[in-house]
Design a protein around this ligand. Structure first.
Ligand code: 5GP
Length: 114
């Protein structure tokens, strides 16, 4: 899949259902939702995989979690619970190489994941 797909969404060249935005983070609904609430939180700064997270961009990565927690409170699922997942590389199922925190809520989520 395109390396630049999420950059195209950030720059509004590709449409997306955007539900959250700050200076550094964008949140939009996954095109193939796996739960009633399935949002992808991405940094506007391109970071290819978790393997590229360093002390220099750690604050940006932390903001993805702030975004997820804020969104959960906003839609009223913070107390019931939700899941965030970030896949790293092919064996984990990463298909878009711009890190993204999957936010899943609105149904009971089993563990372990497949
Ligand atoms: P990954 O498999 O890399 O962890 O997650 C990539 C996610 O991006 C998938 O859940 C997939 O459904 C979603 N996705 C792929 N293309 C698009 C798109 O064009 N728009 C949106 N909103 N989501 C997409």
């Amino acid at each position: 899949m395109s390396e630049t797909l999420f950059i195209d969404i950030i720059e509004r060249r590709i449409p997306a259902d955007i539900v959250y935005e700050t200076e550094t983070v964008l949140g939009f609904r996954d095109i193939n939702p796996q739960a009633p609430h399935h949002v992808l939180f991405i940094p506007k700064q391109k970071i290819r995989t978790i393997n590229d997270v360093t002390a220099d961009n750690a604050a940006t990565v932390g903001e993805l979690f702030i975004a997820a927690a804020s969104y959960a409170k906003g839609i009223g699922v913070a107390d019931d619970g939700y899941r965030v997942v970030m896949n790293c590389n092919e064996a984990a199922g990463q298909t878009v190489f711009h890190i993204h925190l999957h936010f899943l809520a609105g149904r009971n989520l089993s563990w372990p994941p497949g």
